[in-house]
Write a protein that binds this ligand. Structure first.
Ligand code: GSH
Length: 264
C-alpha cells in the first residue's frame, strides 16, 4: 500500500503525484497543511525529521526526498517505465532529474516567497507565531532565508540569483528541446517529471513571459499539459486555501523579474 504525505501545490509533491499518475499506481493521500505548520508537528517530524513533504510510505516504510521517491517508484514498480534503459541515456536523463536538488528547488522557494508566500504566511500568523514557526524549522539556513523573505521580500539579495537560475534552466531546456520532444530522453521520462512543477510554478506566479522568447519550452509545456497525468496530479489539486496564482489576485510581479533579467 502506498501513502503519500503531500501538499496541494508543493512542487516536490507534484513531481511524485505525476509519477504515480503516469504509472497508474493507486495511493492514499495525507494532506499536510504547510500554512498551518503541520509539517513541523512532532508526529510528522517522526516520519520525516527534516519536516518536509513529500514522504511516500510503502507498506509502512517511509521514503523521503522527491528525487529518491521517483527512483524508488521506478525500482519498485517498473511498469510504464519513466527511465530510459540505455545507461548513457539514463545518465543524461538524471542530469535533468538533478536540477531541483542542485539549487533550482531553493530558488523556486525563494521566488515563491518573494512573490506571494511571504505575504500569505504573514497574514496567517502574528509575530509570536511567526517566530515560533521559524524556530521549529530543522534547517537553520532555510529558516534564515525565510526570515529575510518575510521581512524584505523581493529586496532580499538572493532573489536576484533565484531569478537568474530559473532563466538559466529555461535556456538549457530550450537548447535540449531543439533536438527532441522531451527533456531527458526521446520519450517522456523522470527528466520531464522533475522539471514540470517548476515551470508550472513560474506560470502560476504570472511569469510565463520568462519563456516567451523560448518557443520550444512553450511547446514542451503544452505537450506536458496535454498528458492525463497533468490533470490528475496538478490541476486537480488547485485550492483557494493555499494557492500560487498571482494573476487571480491582480498582482503582477513580472516587471520586477523583467528588470532583474534586463540588468543581468
Ligand atoms: N529536497 C526535498 C525538498 C522538499 C521540500 O522543500 N518540500 C517543501 C514543499 S515543496 C516543504 O515541505 N516545505 C516546508 C517549509 O517550507 O517549511 C525534496 O525533494 O523532497
Amino acid at each position: 500500500m502506498l501513502i503519500l504525505y503531500h501538499h496541494n501545490i508543493s512542487v516536490c509533491a507534484q513531481k511524485v503525484r505525476i509519477a504515480l499518475a503516469e504509472k497508474d499506481l493507486p495511493w492514499e493521500g495525507v494532506h499536510v497543511d504547510l500554512m498551518q505548520g503541520e509539517h513541523l508537528n512532532p508526529e510528522f517530524l517522526k516520519i520525516n525529521p527534516r519536516g518536509l513533504v513529500p514522504v511516500l510510505v510503502h507498506d509502512g516504510d517511509p521514503i523521503c526526498e522527491s528525487t529518491i521517491i521517483l527512483e524508488y517508484l521506478e525500482d519498485a514498480f517498473p511498469q510504464a517505465p519513466l527511465r530510459p534503459v540505455e545507461p548513457k541515456a539514463r545518465a543524461r536523463m538524471r542530469i535533468w532529474e538533478k536540477w531541483p536538488d542542485d539549487g533550482l528547488h531553493t530558488a523556486c522557494g525563494t521566488l515563491s516567497y518573494a512573490c506571494i508566500f511571504a505575504e500569505q504566511v504573514r497574514s496567517n500568523h502574528d509575530r509570536a507565531e511567526l517566530e515560533e514557526r521559524l524556530s521549529k524549522l530543522p534547517d537553520k539556513a532555510r529558516a534564515a532565508r525565510q526570515r529575510m523573505l518575510l521581512e524584505i521580500g523581493f529586496e532580499a539579495p538572493f532573489v536576484r540569483d533565484a531569478i537568474l537560475l530559473h532563466d538559466k534552466v529555461l535556456a538549457e531546456m530550450d537548447r535540449q528541446l531543439a533536438g527532441q520532444q522531451w527533456l531527458g530522453s526521446t520519450d517522456f521520462s523522470l527528466g520531464d517529471v522533475a522539471l514540470i512543477p517548476y515551470v508550472v510554478r513560474l506560470d502560476r506566479l504570472g511569469l510565463s513571459k520568462m519563456w516567451a522568447h523560448r518557443p520550444r519550452v512553450g511547446s514542451w509545456y503544452e505537450r506536458v499539459q496535454g498528458r492525463p497525468s497533468f490533470a490528475t496530479a496538478i490541476t486537480a489539486y488547485k485550492s483557494d486555501a493555499y494557492n500560487d496564482e498571482l494573476a487571480a489576485r491582480g498582482v503582477d510581479v513580472w516587471p520586477k523579474v523583467e528588470s532583474v533579467l534586463a540588468s543581468a
